[in-house]
Write a protein of this length. Sequence first.
Length: 348
Amino acid sequence: MSTLPKRRPRRATHPTPEPLYRLATAFWSSGVLFAAHRLAVFEVLHARPRTVAELAGVCGLTPDGAGKLLAACQSLGLVSCDVGGLYRNSPPADVFLVPGKPTYQGHLLAYLADLWTRFGELEYLLQTGEIGPRETAFTLARPDAERQTAERNWVLAMHEIALGGQAEALCQAVDLSGYTRLLDVSGGSGAYAIRFAEQYPQLTAEVLDLPEVVAIADGLIQQSGVGDRVRVLAGDFVNADYGVGYDVVLLSGVLHGLGERYILRVLKKAYAALNSGGCVIVQEMTPDAPSPAAVQFAALFSLNMMSGGTYSAEQIALWLNQSGFLRIVVTPLKQAWWFDHVVVGRKP
């Protein structure tokens, strides 16, 4: 009589810590990107491919530092190296990280790099609702010229997001045929107003934002081909009177910076500013985004907000209804990366 061999008991499977390691060291990658951008690596390599020694000389790095930085950039897909030891930009780096190109995203990188300190003491913000002591000290010690540069970087960062496909996605998601007057509330650089004016020749637009912001926006508007139909208005969008007689009020990336009380104030002012039959357009990032990556992005972005946060499209629609808007339509933006939903409400 034969006996079957005894089976060895199965070992319990345990999760590997590798995903945790990758998550905990993710800041290494962003640190490399920020440093390479600040050191003008991509601008230098766009001019012509360079060896490690050549890049070190141009960018003011030690040979060892240049080698380590280029190796890290290569591992991240930002540069490539040929058999002769010449480094060149990868296609994405050459398209998005070279100053002067219409697709440049460098001001967005500078803005995101300014958040480094905030996320380094995130627990303080979450416990108190206030900026942490290191970020506060950094802000107070920052020279005026550097602070002004940071403010300009923020405006241009929002402009780069719009030009990176967000404005086109929004323009394709809504139809403004027949409308003639648009108010872009807290419109930043005016990129969305410009894109709508380009799409609809009958449309005029006004961009409302703080004086220092619209000063930048006005320059960008004058460089566009629709400067005769887009103008700026200086004012604090939370407290300013929006006026009347508009067919469209645009709120792009506005609500996530506000709590419910101020959201309802802004929406009711938008309602009052509209003609009968006009519409409000809300473009936002939401926790009910159409892809897992967008859901994750919205959740992480919400941590950055001292007030407000990311709200669901359903919640935004409810606030619109509470403010008097009807025929509310929610549209997911699958082709845009920053804002993932458009919610449109009509004034009866």
